[in-house]
Design a protein around this ligand. Structure first.
Ligand SMILES: [Zn+2]
Length: 416
């Protein structure tokens, strides 16, 4: 397997124009003493919405790494792939996020569940997990129910992993994601899932469970912070235990599919890492594209005009744009300004509405969420959009770097 460093952070670059300013944020963090591996992630869904190919992500990342002479590891993540979508990513990715959420809950057959219980009698006893006060104590009945619920999903993860290994070799990072489902996975469930994945002999380096609370796209966490902290530190303890007990890679760590901008979780995660020495992979969504819109707005002229136009179009097509993301956005339509109002705004005023500075009086989370799901609108503009990115490269780059460094990497990985 290709080792993933203890700390890694996933960024999206929808239009493949910002890898270099993104990387500059990691450079700044490295200069401050913390090396975090950048991982460029893009899902099959994003590729199909934009009409891009996986090779473009690697090309953009590689160009940035070589232009900046980044001396540390970096990765390209085939995000949320399945057996039917993985092939186009095989050549250009070295990190595969195997998404088996759709198979969670498909009931496994009795004989397979029984065989799992025979293989793992220890899970039906009280399991003392260092770092968790009470042992994890599952009855035979609840163990059987958890195994039945997750067995087929884990088996499918094994099947996809072996498909990748047969075609791509073993020099890759394997993540398994179970976040795109309704119910969060509790730490005891995570322990059973890890035993199931270890049975499949998956060299698992990261796992993305669904955590408690709401992870809406591009805006802050909504949920109980104390409960999240407990769950997160218990998950870390379960991972460390399962790595030893079941022979998973010793560096296996949690992957947080944050959907971007879960600012209130950052101090919680930072504390948990400092307290345990654990690592983390934190994946953000493609919010860098919002920094492009912010930069175009700030630039004024044609850039501002296009940013206003994108908003107007998005507002007219709000249902169509929001429906595919209904589970991960919460837009209060009464708070969306009219197209005429936005057209009258200055560039800095529009930028301030989109830029995620909590507490800023001009920040509008509803505008931000609507624009976040509207990247298809910019994609449809084609060269008109990307030419403006090139023409306004400096101001856009400044937004991109500052956003990732100041609002993400620094609060997550530095104490100050
Ligand atoms: Zn996810």
């Amino acid at each position: 397997m290709k080792p993933l460093p203890r700390l890694s952070f996933g960024v999206g670059d929808r239009f493949a124009h910002e890898a270099e300013p993104q990387l500059m944020a990691f450079e700044r963090l490295a200069a401050a003493g913390v090396v975090v591996a950048p991982v460029w992630n893009k899902s099959n869904r994003e590729h199909s919405f934009i009409g891009s190919e996986p090779a473009s992500v690697r090309a953009a990342a590689r160009a940035a790494v070589s232009a900046r002479q980044w001396p540390h590891p970096w990765f390209v993540d085939a995000d949320h792939i399945r057996l039917d979508t993985v092939d186009r990513f095989l050549e250009s990715s070295d990190f595969f996020t195997i998404d088996v959420a759709d198979s969670i809950g498909k009931p496994a057959i009795d004989a397979d569940v029984a065989a799992f219980m025979v293989r793992h009698p220890e899970l039906a006893t009280a399991v003392p997990v260092p770092g968790i006060d009470e042992p994890i104590a599952l009855s035979r009945e609840s163990l059987g129910a958890i195994a039945r619920h997750y067995l087929l999903a884990c088996r499918e993860a094994g099947e996809i992993y072996r498909h990748i290994r047969a075609r791509r070799g073993d020099d890759v990072v394997i993540e398994v994601s179970m976040d795109e489902t309704d119910a969060p996975q509790t730490p005891p469930q995570l322990l059973v899932i890890l035993a199931l994945l270890a049975d499949e002999r998956i060299p698992l380096q990261t796992i993305a469970p669904k955590f408690t609370g709401r992870f809406n796209k591009g805006v802050d966490y909504v949920g109980d912070l104390a409960q999240f902290e407990r769950e997160f530190t218990d998950d870390i303890a379960v991972l460390a235990y399962a790595a030893r007990r079941y022979g998973l890679p010793p560096n296996v760590k949690l992957s947080v599919h944050s959907g971007s901008d879960k600012f209130s979780l950052y101090p919680v995660i930072r504390r948990a890492l400092a307290g345990t020495g654990a690592g983390v992979h934190l994946k953000t969504a493609g919010t860098t594209w919002l920094e492009e819109v912010i930069g175009l707005a700030e630039a004024g002229g044609d850039g501002l005009a296009l940013a206003q136009e994108i908003y107007g179009y998005a507002l007219d097509h709000v249902d169509e744009l929001c429906t595919p993301y209904a589970a991960v956005i919460d837009i209060d339509r009464a708070r969306l300004p009219s197209t005429a109002e936005v057209r009258a705004w200055s560039g800095p005023r529009l930028a301030a509405a989109i830029r995620h500075v909590p507490g800023s009086p001009d920040f509008n989370a509803d505008v931000r969420q609507l624009l976040h799901v509207s990247f298809k609108v910019a994609a449809k503009q084609g060269a008109r959009y990307t030419d403006l990115l090139v023409a306004n490269r400096d101001i856009v780059a400044q937004q991109v770097t500052e956003n990732i460094y100041e609002r993400h990497l620094r609060p997550l990985f530095l104490d100050t």
